[in-house]
Design a protein around this ligand. Structure first.
Ligand SMILES: Cc1cc2nc3c(=O)[nH]c(=O)nc-3n(C[C@H](O)[C@H](O)[C@H](O)COP(=O)(O)OP(=O)(O)OC[C@H]3O[C@@H](n4cnc5c(N)ncnc54)[C@H](O)[C@@H]3O)c2cc1C
Length: 396
């Protein structure tokens, strides 16, 4: 089934055209090739990324003066949903690049740093990655141990990063390291944000993770062995990097919510197709009320997730005090929707849903990680609850 027409979304014409372009690209280029990327996990599809760059999708959040599309957050999220409808693994690569490094550079970089890197990031000539997590620092990201030591003409970095999306292919890695000294730890105020260019001596990509899903995306560890960087590679203040990471993640996780909705919408389309063509007891299975209940619920959940995501995006755009809670709520609800809808889509396919011949098997695997990365759903429940307390004037 082709993607359903873009209806019921209030977007200006120009934004609508960009979303339509993404929809077409997802339908013509991503969906037909998604299975191949899933099966060839060792390969990173540079051709698709080059096309994404040419179409402007790697510069969606980059200002026009640096060659970007400079589209608003809401349009950007609709584009991500479309790309994820085509292939979630490609969409996460685009989301990480735009939502995290681009946003940190735009919000916290100097004019010189923006001039140095943004144009190449906008065209996709320089794909970017975001390296916060480490083996011992996941949900508790501030426990990171990679050390940046002050040296005469800059910094020397040593440590290891884990789970870096785009990590081996990225030309630029936005990486977080401790800038405080081991004898005088300053907690979240002792972490700096650095830009490490590919090929810097001592900097190397390590093991590639073999994953349950989203296998078209590249997830690697990175090692830093006395990597020398000059001061121009430090973003903002040397002790404030952690707050820049959290700031980027707060709106960045809306990209993951959009991705989750795209996965769910794709699974629903496949479920409808199958339910119409599969016959049992002399009729199409879509005509059994038991399946109508399922399909109706799947569609309702997807629309609810879209509505919440739009509300969260508008809160971000308006700098509404509830933006943090809504951002966590949207990511939480959308990712659980993706899990629920893909599970039901497998069920609608019966035994065939369990076979790799049908894409719902892949979508079910692709959905799972949306509950894990950019903050697990447990931690988003904690954030949402604490924000609710605060909004009621309580201390947390
Ligand atoms: C495919 C993939 C891509 C990724 N890409 C990136 C990337 O590009 N850059 C990057 O920096 N990181 C990335 N990550 C890392 C990701 O953000 C972490 O996996 C995630 O934050 C969880 O950390 P963890 O895996 O160490 O789990 P842990 O933090 O060890 O959590 C284990 C379990 O304990 C629960 N838990 C932990 N603390 C609490 C608490 N306080 N309250 C309740 N429950 C809690 C968690 O919810 C989870 O269920 C990626 C991960 C994956 C799988």
């Amino acid at each position: 089934m082709a993607r359903q027409p873009l209806t019921g979304i209030a977007l200006p014409d120009e934004s609508r055209q960009i979303v339509e372009l993404a929809r077409q690209f997802a339908e013509d280029r991503l969906r037909p090739t998604a299975d191949a990327r899933d099966r060839n996990e060792d390969l990173f599809d540079t051709e698709i990324h080059a096309e994404l760059g040419e179409l402007g999708f790697l510069g969606m959040r980059v200002p026009e003066r640096y060659g970007g599309l400079e589209i608003d957050l809401l349009t950007y999220l609709y584009v991500l949903e479309e790309l994820a409808w085509g292939d979630a693994g490609v969409a996460v690569s685009v989301s990480v690049h735009n939502s995290l490094p681009v946003s940190i550079l735009c919000n916290r970089g100097t004019d010189e740093q923006r001039a140095r890197w943004l144009s190449a990031m906008a065209t996709g000539e320089a794909l970017a990655a975001f390296a916060l997590s480490e083996a011992g620092a996941g949900t508790d990201a501030a426990a990171l141990r990679t050390q940046a030591t002050r040296v005469d003409d800059g910094w020397e970095l040593t440590g290891e990063k884990m789970w870096v999306t785009n990590g081996a292919s990225a030309e630029l890695v936005f990486l977080f390291a401790r800038t405080d000294s081991p004898d005088d730890r300053k907690g979240t105020r002792g972490i700096g944000a650095f830009v490490v260019e590919k090929g810097t001596p001592g900097f190397a990509a390590g093991k590639k993770e073999l994953k349950m899903g989203q296998r078209g995306s590249e997830t690697v560890s990175l090692t830093l062995d006395r990597v020398r960087l000059d001061d121009s590679c430090l973003i903002g203040e040397s002790g404030r990097g952690f707050s820049y990471a959290l700031e980027a993640l707060e709106s960045g996780r809306l990209g993951i919510a959009a991705q989750a909705i795209g996965i769910a919408a794709s699974a629903l389309d496949h479920a409808f197709d199958y339910a119409a063509e599969r016959h049992q007891f002399g009729r199409a299975i879509k005509d059994f009320q038991g399946l109508e209940f399922k399909l109706g619920d799947m569609g309702a959940r997807i629309e609810a997730a879209r509505g919440l995501l739009e509300r969260a995006a508008r809160a971000q755009m308006a700098d509404d005090p509830r933006k943090r809670r809504l951002s966590s709520a949207a990511k939480l609800f959308a990712s659980e929707t993706a899990m629920d809808v893909t599970r039901q889509a497998v069920q609608v396919h019966g035994g065939y849903g369990y076979s790799r011949e049908y894409p719902v098997e892949r979508l079910f695997r692709d959905a799972k990680v949306t509950e894990i990365y950019e903050g697990t759903n447990e931690i988003h429940r904690v954030i949402a609850a604490r924000q609710l307390y605060r909004e009621r004037g309580g201390e947390t």
